[in-house]
Design a protein around this ligand. Structure first.
Ligand code: NAP
Length: 251
């Protein structure tokens, strides 16, 4: 009997996992996206887009669709959907497993300042004007308007509209990976003195961190939010192994 998997996605790992499961006769797979990007990457399995209406809404969806395994492969900073997934699994009794990449660890030469929030990152930039590279979601940029003295280079998947109310900002729209040499060139071309980033983990966005280390550039790293304590694995291969041994449904 086929088991039905719902993957809560929006990450490279969710897409890679869906690709590995597509065509596996043991499973039917649907991927759920928040709908944050205008032109999301093409996905190898059927996709649904948009919120469920909280934990209750997600639990109802799981029951109605006959989902037998829920996989939370969302971004480590998307804490609300992860909390909803944990609660929906409780309510519905459907097993949940999370795919969570481990955070990057500080290496010798890294010039990191770790902060709790975007607002803390803004104050950490200080009062003296600096050239700052912001690699945050476009929804998280508004607090930088409180520090208009800096020159900003902003990179996001979708355009930042409206632009920030600061006198000096350059916007790039791009989707990684970018390669360490490309990141180093970008940092040097723009004379970047400090990067503001999330500790996303994984290889796709690490190149800027590695380039910053080589060039002696400061990185203000926003700490990860607390996530619910649920069974979890760190890689797509570990998830596939977990699925190989996942308990069969009762009917
Ligand atoms: P969030 O704050 O955890 O989620 C907010 C709401 O969006 C959820 O309550 C849910 O709505 C809906 N949602 C989120 N992920 C969903 C999914 N996979 N499928 C269906 N609905 C989903 O997450 P966020 O607002 O997307 O992002 C928060 C942080 O994560 C930001 O820092 C963002 O840059 C980062 N991030 C997110 C993604 C992503 O794809 N979500 C990717 C990269 C980075 P309902 O309660 O109505 O169900």
């Amino acid at each position: 009997m086929q088991r039905s998997i719902l993957i809560l996605g929006g990450t490279a790992e969710a897409r890679a996992l869906a690709g590995k499961l597509a065509g596996d006769p043991r499973f039917t797979v649907e991927l759920s996206l928040a709908g944050r990007t205008r032109a999301p990457a093409e996905q190898p399995v059927p996709v649904r887009v948009g919120g469920f209406g909280g934990a209750e809404g997600l639990a109802t969806y799981l029951r109605q669709k006959g989902v037998s395994i829920l996989i939370d492969a969302t971004h480590p900073y998307a804490a609300q959907i992860s909390r909803n997934a944990a609660e929906a699994a409780e309510i519905s009794g459907i097993p949940l497993v999370a795919l969570r990449r481990s955070p990057w660890l500080r290496l010798p030469g890294d010039r990191w300042v770790e902060v709790e929030s975007v607002a803390d990152a803004v104050s950490t930039l200080g009062v003296v004007p600096r050239k700052a590279f912001l690699t945050l979601g476009r929804q998280e940029l508004l607090p930088f308007e409180a520090a208009p003295q800096h020159d900003y280079l902003v990179r996001s998947v979708d355009p930042v509209e409206p632009p920030l109310a600061v006198p000096n900002a350059v916007y790039l729209t791009a989707r990684g990976p970018f390669g360490q040499a490309g990141e180093a060139r970008l940092l040097q071309d723009h004379g970047i003195e400090v990067i503001v980033a999330k500790n996303s983990g994984g290889p796709a966005s690490y190149e800027k961190i590695a380039a910053a280390r080589d060039l002696g550039i400061d990185v203000v790293l926003i700490r990860r939010p607390d996530l619910p304590d649920v069974p979890s694995v760190e890689t797509v291969d570990e998830m596939l192994a977990w699925l190989d041994h996942a308990p069969a449904p009762l009917k």
